[in-house]
Ligand binder design. Structure first.
Ligand SMILES: [Zn+2]
Length: 90
């Protein structure tokens, strides 16, 4: 169990995202707060958020592909289009 630094609730470790930079390997904020933080950040900095996700895709092409594949697995029939490729589930 771990206390979230943001909502100060005691939650199980499953409720926390992984963070390799932390001594316990877990994020200081629970997943719910991390999610809210991301939403707020994108609301406040739409351009920066766009830019950073663009950079992330560029620096993590493999992870990006996996993310899309996971998404497509959950949403069969969805067509995913990027500038360079079109991915569609069978
Ligand atoms: Zn929290």
């Amino acid at each position: 169990m771990k206390v979230c630094k943001k909502c100060h609730l005691l939650k199980s470790l499953d409720e926390f995202g992984n963070n390799k930079n932390r001594f316990d390997g877990k994020s200081t904020y629970c997943k719910e707060c991390e999610r809210m933080r991301g939403v707020e950040y994108r609301k406040k900095n739409p351009e920066k958020a766009k830019e950073s996700s663009k950079n992330w895709r560029k620096n993590n092409p493999e992870n990006y592909k996996k993310t899309i594949e996971k998404y497509l697995e959950k949403n069969p029939g969805y067509v995913f289009r990027t500038k360079t490729q079109t991915i569609q589930t069978k």
